[in-house]
Ligand binder design. Structure first.
Ligand code: NIG
Ligand code: FE
Length: 409
């Protein structure tokens, strides 16, 4: 079915109109009894069923059975490609050991680095595949994926090649990010490691063309503001767009740095300072919050309500990784946004779709049901968006379409 009308939609949530900030995030572009025309995998027209049936008589129809339809989700922050697993660390955390203390004692990210260095590109891709399948079943149609478990040029590039390989193995579209500065390698000094990234791994990643974004873990005990700035300046010079792991465990000022560097997103923000909330709100940098990590670490949530009220553009990602947050459950994310971060369901859907796309630099192609964009959309088993947090934790996605093709359900 090359050209068809999607109809019998009780509530069509379009998320149209580009990246949204502040109050505008509450407008998710809802059309009761909505419909849209898909042609060659692209959305051509959006309106009510009545309008489009009159304008496009006789088109074959995809009948959604009177259910909710939204754009596919864009998970704007994951560490999906890695070797091994860290369940024993999880148990240590349940007994009270802090995440950063485990890391400082040589565990945490370093454990995954050892397992990732030992894995082949094919093994890395195969290990990620079941997680991606699960994400697809929950409605994720685009997903950012970081390197960061190699901490040497060879393994970082192997991770990025695994992402490229995965792109061809399954329907979720992957956006790769180079995260060479994820941790200081064992026995290395942070400044010397940043020198290495500047001289070797960042240029090699740029040369490879495997990632459009560069990211750094700007954190007390990992990379300081000054080290992060040196790294990000070099990355920008080499043509990368920037992302920053900012103010996750301590209020170091990573969000302010992200804004000053013109980063596309500042991510985590659990500990962001009030003046940096204002700086984010006044900037083009997307505030990417990751509620599943706060939940798994039993830390406070990022101040999503204050960020939105101040006028920031907020995205929600999963942060799926083998350590701090080994989950990418969209239904749980939605529940945490609405119940614990006091976001409306409209704001939550905006954050998971068009603003997630903005955080990945692909809002021109995906993130909304709007003329000219890819026909990436979800058909649910419920009639209205309010069911998503109300049926707390349940996956109500019935079928998933990518570029107009049924890819799940
Ligand atoms: O975003 N904070 C740094 N990186 C990840 C955790 C990675 C890991 O623990 O393996 C995060 O939470
Ligand atoms: Fe992360």
């Amino acid at each position: 079915m090359k050209r068809f009308l999607v109809r019998s939609i009780s509530e069509l949530v379009t998320c149209a109109g580009g990246k949204k900030r502040g109050r505008a995030m509450g407008d998710a572009g809802v059309i009761p009894d909505g419909a849209f025309v898909v042609d060659g995998g692209i959305v051509r027209a959006v309106g009510t069923r009545r309008e489009l049936e009159a304008k496009y008589p006789g088109l074959p129809a995809l009948d959604c059975g009177g259910c909710l339809v939204t754009p596919g989700y864009v998970d704007s922050h994951t560490h999906l490609v890695f070797g091994g697993e860290r369940s024993s660390e999880f148990v240590r955390r349940l007994r009270g050991e802090p995440y950063m203390a485990i890391m400082a004692a040589g565990g945490g990210i370093a454990a995954t680095v050892a397992a990732t260095r030992a894995a082949t590109e094919q093994e890395l891709a195969e290990a990620a595949l079941p997680h991606l399948r699960r994400m697809l079943a929950m409605g994720v149609t685009t997903c950012e994926v970081k390197s960061g478990y190699g901490l040497d040029t060879e393994t970082e590039l192997r991770q990025l090649r695994a992402v490229a390989r995965l792109n061809g193995m399954q329907p979720v579209e992957l956006i790769p990010t180079f995260l060479g500065a994820h941790a200081v390698p064992a026995g290395e000094d942070a400044d010397r490691y940043i020198d290495y990234c500047i001289a070797e791994s960042l240029p090699a990643a740029a040369e490879s063309g495997l990632a459009a974004f560069a990211d750094i873990f700007c954190e007390k005990g990992v990379f300081s503001l000054a080290q992060s700035e040196r790294y990000l300046r070099r990355a920008a010079e080499l043509g990368f767009r920037l992302k920053v792991h900012a103010d996750e465990m301590s209020p170091l000022g990573g969000a302010g740095l992200a804004v000053r560097m013109g980063a596309v997103s500042a991510d985590h923000l659990l500990q962001v300072k009030e003046e940096e909330v204002a700086a984010l709100a006044a900037s083009e940098t997307v505030a990417a919050v990751l509620p599943l990590t706060a939940f798994c670490l039993a830390e406070r949530y990022a101040p999503a309500r204050r960020l939105i009220d101040a006028g920031a553009a907020l995205a929600v990602g999963s942060d799926f990784n083998p350590g701090s947050c080994c989950t990418c459950e969209i239904p749980l994310s939605i529940a945490l946004c609405c119940i614990h971060m006091h976001m409306s369901i409209e704001e939550t859907l905006t954050a998971l779709t068009v603003n997630g796309a903005a955080a990945c630099g692909c809002e021109d192609r995906v993130g909304s049901i709007e003329a000219g964009k890819q026909a990436d959309f979800l058909v649910y088993s419920c009639p209205r968006k309010e069911f998503l947090p109300y049926r707390t934790g349940a996956n109500l996605v019935r079928s998933v379409y990518k570029k107009g093709e049924l890819v799940y359900g």
